[in-house]
Design a protein around this ligand. Structure first.
Ligand code: G3H
Ligand code: 13P
Ligand code: ZN
Length: 329
């Protein structure tokens, strides 16, 4: 069984100068698609569940499905990550479910909408670091705020990360990876015109801090998927994302973790809509969830290749969480 901490995957990625996608999951088909993609491309992988996803599944269901992914794929170094935890309690709940990595998003208050103060962020982040590290679990935190209101994980206003504040935050909290705001946002409508990321800010942060850097809101919102969704009855005019080339540039400049949820949702929606439009007589869930799973697998494989994660699953011996507990002491 190759459950590893988020820190181990991201430290290896930093050393090897490649990116690792962190893919959001809500159900069995998504988890299977991501794990098959990792297996076929020999990639380490981070599967992540948001607070909303855990709540939707009554916590244990999704937790056990994610554990099944780890057990079924002993050759794939896999981190189970909590996405956008908003309190020490949410982190504890995930750690009790067996997660090996947690995010505490103290850039916003517990409502997931209101930007917090720096002092609040430091306080809540430190409380999670103290608890998680004792369990060998690594911690991601965020400084700066992303745009995009998506079910309580965005303020709607972008405040780019201040590099000096980022350095201070890392030093004061002892986190393992830092999510930064350089112009991305959650969801399928990221840019009104051309996409624009603040690579100068990223470079400055990379020069000041030594831990892995995380990019949220990193879906590319591929034109083909939007066209397929719209062709089969959807309505998503004006959707846009971060081009793959920009993500590759970000990886070159020092980003290790790339968060992707929206693109997976689009791949699934397009595939299901296609089945419904072309075969209206079908009503067995396997007839549309199966193609959705296949389409998601191909999408994730292409990301694993584009982020250069492919081929790195065997680079390192997985370290157990027990060993991590000792390392954090
Ligand atoms: O960053 C947010 C993810 O896309 C999770 O979204 O809270 O709707 O599950 P969710
Ligand atoms: P996207 O909405 O761009 O997929 O971002 C997902 C994310 O950041 C999850 O934390
Ligand atoms: Zn996010």
């Amino acid at each position: 069984m190759a459950l590893v901490s988020g820190k181990q995957i991201l430290d290896e990625a930093k050393k090897g100068k490649y990116g690792v996608g962190a893919y959001n999951v809500n159900n069995m088909e998504q988890i299977q698609a991501i794990m098959s993609a990792a297996k076929e491309t020999k990639s380490p992988v981070i599967i992540q569940a948001s607070r909303g996803a855990l709540k939707y599944s009554n916590f244990t269901y999704l937790g056990y499905l994610m554990k099944a992914a780890v057990i079924e794929n002993p050759d794939i170094p896999t981190a189970m990550h909590l996405d956008h935890g908003n309190s020490l309690e949410s982190a504890i709940k995930a750690i009790e479910l067996g997660f090996s990595s947690v995010m505490i998003d103290g850039s916003l208050l517990e409502d997931g909408k209101t930007p917090s103060t720096y002092d609040y962020n430091v306080k809540v982040t430190k409380s999670v670091v103290e608890y998680a590290h004792k369990a060998g679990v690594s911690v991601e935190a965020e400084i700066g705020t992303l745009g995009g209101i998506e079910d309580g994980v965005g303020s709607g206003k972008i405040h780019l990360t201040d590099p000096k504040e980022a350095k201070k935050f890392v030093d004061e909290t002892g986190i393992d990876s830092l999510a930064i705001a350089i112009g991305t946002s959650h969801g399928a409508y990221k840019f009104k015109g051309a996409s624009k990321l603040a690579f100068d800010v990223l470079t400055e942060i990379r020069n000041l801090i030594d831990i892995p850097i995380v990019l949220h809101g990193a879906s590319s919102v591929p034109k083909e998927l939007i066209e397929a969704v719209n062709k089969y009855g959807g309505k998503m005019p004006g959707a846009s994302g971060v081009p793959i080339e920009s993500l590759q540039e970000a990886i070159k400049l020092g980003v290790q973790k790339i968060n992707v949820d929206t693109d997976g949702r689009l791949a699934i929606t397009a595939a299901i809509r296609k089945v419904f439009a072309e075969s209206p007589e079908k009503f067995d869930p396997r007839d549309y969830l199966g193609p959705a799973r296949e389409s998601l697998k191909e999408l994730i494989k292409s990301k694993m290749i584009a982020f250069s994660t492919a081929g790195h699953s065997g680079d390192y011996a997985p370290i157990s969480l027990e060993t991590m507990k000792k390392e954090y002491k």
